[in-house]
Ligand binder design. Structure first.
Ligand SMILES: Nc1ncnc2c1ncn2[C@@H]1O[C@H](COP(=O)(O)OP(=O)(O)O)[C@@H](O)[C@H]1O
Ligand SMILES: [Mg+2]
Length: 246
C-alpha cells in the first residue's frame, strides 16, 4: 500500500532552559498514513500530536528519525502536494478573505499566477465563504475564520491535507461544517490526516487511526478494529497501564 506519510523512529526532545533536563516528547515513534484514505491522530492534550506534525513538516528540527511523503523526503516539490491547517492559525484581521488567500498562495506557491483566482474562488465556494470574500477577517465569526483557515489549506488542490485539531473550539454547526468539507475532499481521493483529542471526532470520517499517549504510539491501524477492542480512549489507556504493571 502506498503511504501518504511514513514516520520512522521519530524522536524529539525539548530543553526549556540550561537548568532543566531535556524532556523527551516523542519516543522514537513510527506510524503510517495510507494514501487516499482518512486517518485520525488521537491522543490527550500534551501527548505529542502537534509536535509530531511540526516535525513532519520540518517547522521544528527532530532529534532523529525519517519521514517520507508519498515515498519521498520533504522538498519544495513535495510541499506543493501538501495542505496544512495549524492548530491555532494566525489570521491577519485587516485582510479580506480573498487577500488572505492571496497571501498564502504567495507563501506556498511562490509567484503569483492567473490560476490563483480560479483556485481561490473554488476554495471559498467549498467552505461557503464565497459571498464574504471581500469582507475583512475582522468581521468574520469564529466559524467563518475556521472556514478561511480550511480554504487556505485546500487552496492549491493538495493531495494530502494535514489538519491540527480542526474541530476544537467550534460549536456543533462549526464541527459539522468542517466534517462536510473533509468529506468532500475525501470523495476527491485526497489523503487526510487530522488530529483531535476526541475519539468521537474520528468515527464518522476515518478508516484509520493513530493513537498517541505520552509520546508513544499505542495503536496504528483500522479504526474499526480499534473500536471493536476498546469502546473509548480511556479503556485503551487503562489497558496499556495494566500491561505496563505486569
Ligand atoms: N517548544 C516547546 N518547548 C518545550 N516543550 C514543548 C514545546 N512544544 C511542546 N512541548 C511539550 O511537548 C509535549 C507535547 O506537546 P504537543 O505536541 O503540543 O501535544 P498535543 O498537540 O498532543 O496536545 C507537551 O508536554 C508540551 O509541553
Ligand atoms: Mg496540539
Amino acid at each position: 500500500m502506498k503511504h501518504a506519510i511514513e514516520v520512522k523512529n521519530l524522536k524529539k526532545s525539548f530543553k526549556k532552559s540550561v537548568f532543566e533536563k531535556r524532556k523527551l516528547v516523542l519516543k522514537e515513534i513510527s506510524f503510517q498514513v495510507p494514501a487516499g484514505q482518512t486517518t485520525g491522530f488521537v491522543g490527550n492534550n500534551g501527548s505529542g500530536k502537534t509536535t509530531s506534525i511540526k516535525c513532519c513538516l520540518e517547522f521544528i528540527h527532530r532529534d532523529s528519525g525519517d519521514i517520507l511523503f508519498f515515498g519521498e523526503k520533504l522538498s519544495s516539490q513535495v510541499k506543493q502536494k501538501i495542505g496544512y491547517l495549524p492548530e491555532r492559525p494566525y489570521l491577519y484581521e485587516f485582510l479580506t478573505g480573498m487577500e488572505f488567500l492571496k497571501f498564502h498562495w504567495q507563501l506556498s506557491i511562490g509567484q503569483f499566477s492567473k490560476d490563483f483566482y480560479e483556485k481561490a474562488h473554488q476554495a471559498l465556494k467549498t467552505v461557503g465563504l464565497y459571498e464574504a470574500r471581500d469582507k475583512r477577517l475582522r468581521e468574520y465569526s469564529k466559524g467563518m475564520l475556521q472556514r478561511a483557515g480550511l480554504a487556505q489549506a485546500l487552496l492549491h488542490g493538495p493531495e494530502l491535507i494535514i489538519l491540527d485539531e480542526p474541530m476544537s473550539g467550534l460549536d456543533p454547526d462549526g464541527r459539522l461544517m468542517v466534517k462536510d468539507v473533509l468529506k468532500e475532499q475525501k470523495k476527491k481521493g485526497v489523503s487526510l490526516f487530522f488530529s483531535s483529542h476526541l475519539l468521537q471526532d474520528m468515527e464518522e470520517l476515518c478508516e484509520n487511526l493513530v493513537v498517541i499517549h505520552h509520546g508513544e504510539i499505542l495503536y496504528n491501524g483500522e479504526l474499526q478494529s480499534f473500536m471493536a477492542k476498546f469502546p473509548n480512549l480511556e479503556e485503551a489507556f487503562r489497558s496499556r497501564q495494566k500491561d505496563a504493571a505486569l
